[in-house]
Ligand binder design. Structure first.
Ligand code: UDP
Ligand code: MG
Length: 325
């Protein structure tokens, strides 16, 4: 195919948070993959998400020797979702690929993604066929999350697909129009739609450093996912309340009948305690769920920006061509 070698500008968007050990490995790997492909004009947008180690210094060192690198330095740690958004806003390529800097998203796969894009797909998902590199607890909880999420939320999330994906410029522009500040990128990505293809890969272990997500963070991430794209957890209480009321009506009837048939009997302490605590718990859960949504509505209503940029480091200004393009 002649279109195989048509030049294309590819933006990689890499959020980094305390990744001083990974950056060098990541860049070496990119060179290894893309050196043989002069038709791919590379731009790497690093978003420094408030790292407290030497990450920024490493990035600037690397940038001094490589004009393809751009560094967006955020004013503090805003979280991966916000950092990714900042990167998407800064990216200029015809196609954009969010990628983790720890090499868990193999850069080689981008070549396959590009081939699919050239076939006319606007989104190409990296699909993990093997999550053995994740611990059992993470795999299982991720499975449960997808199951629950896809049962109650629209649109459905493709399972075992992370942020690693190729997007056409048109898709990125669509993403940029979504104003919400509580961001669950996987959901947002799915929401914009477009013609989608999938390429499979085995997710390797982290190349260096440690994971930035503990279980509490993941739990909150899952809550964000479900509440961002479904209101079912809010609505379920109407039905649960209705069922419980019906049941208590029946129980009341039974008690009244017993009094009529057998006369009043005092014992009943246990059943009262059970229903009081059960209903109390149920109500607290209901209030908690409402709180989850109310809190998000509150945050959203403040209309705060998603991230704050301290500074954008462009490579040597003299090397920059086509600034406004
Ligand atoms: N990351 C970030 N901000 C954060 C947490 C993580 O920018 O607050 C980046 C991190 O540097 C990495 C990517 O997000 O490039 C994925 O993080 P990690 O590898 O720790 O997640 P995991 O692969 O364990 O799910
Ligand atoms: Mg990782």
């Amino acid at each position: 195919m002649s279109s195989e070698s048509k030049p294309v500008t590819l933006s990689l968007v890499a959020p980094v948070y305390n990744e001083e050990d990974s950056i060098g490995l990541f860049l070496d790997r990119l060179d290894a993959v893309f050196a043989a492909h002069p038709e791919i004009r590379l731009e790497v947008v690093f978003v420094n998400d408030g790292s407290t180690d030497a990450t920024l210094a490493r990035l600037l060192e690397a940038q001094a020797a490589d004009e393809r690198l751009r560094v967006v330095d955020l004013s503090r740690n805003f979280g991966k979702e916000a950092a990714l958004t900042a990167g998407l806003h800064a990216a200029r390529g015809d196609v954009v690929v969010p990628i983790d800097v720890d090499l868990q998203d193999p850069p080689e796969l981008i070549l396959q993604m590009l081939a699919k894009w050239r076939e006319g797909y606007e989104v190409v998902l990296g699909h993990r066929i093997d999550r053995r590199s994740d611990v059992w607890a993470k795999r299982t909880s991720a499975n449960w999350f997808y199951r629950l999420h896809n049962r109650i939320a629209t649109p459905k999330l493709p399972e075992n697909v992370g942020d690693f994906r190729l997007m056409d410029r048109q898709v990125v522009e669509a993403l940029k129009t979504l104003p919400e500040s509580c961001r669950f990128m996987k959901g947002v990505f799915a929401w914009v739609g477009f013609r989608t293809a999938t390429v499979d890969y085995v997710r390797p272990e982290r190349a260096a450093g440690t994971t930035k997500f503990n279980s509490w963070k993941l739990w909150n991430f899952a809550l964000e996912g479900v509440t961002s794209f479904s209101t079912d957890p809010l609505r379920i209480w109407t039905y649960l309340g209705f069922i419980v009321s019906c049941l208590s009506f029946i129980v009341g009837l039974i008690i009244a009948l017993r009094v009529v048939l057998f006369g009043a009997d005092a014992p009943g302490y246990a059943s009262i305690m059970v229903s009081v605590t059960f209903l109390g718990g149920l109500q607290l859960i209901g209030i908690g769920v409402i709180g989850e949504y109310l809190g998000r509505t509150y945050l959203e209503s403040k209309r705060r920006p998603i991230y704050i940029v301290r500074r954008v480091y462009e490579a040597d200004a003299a090397l920059q061509r086509g600034e406004g393009a």
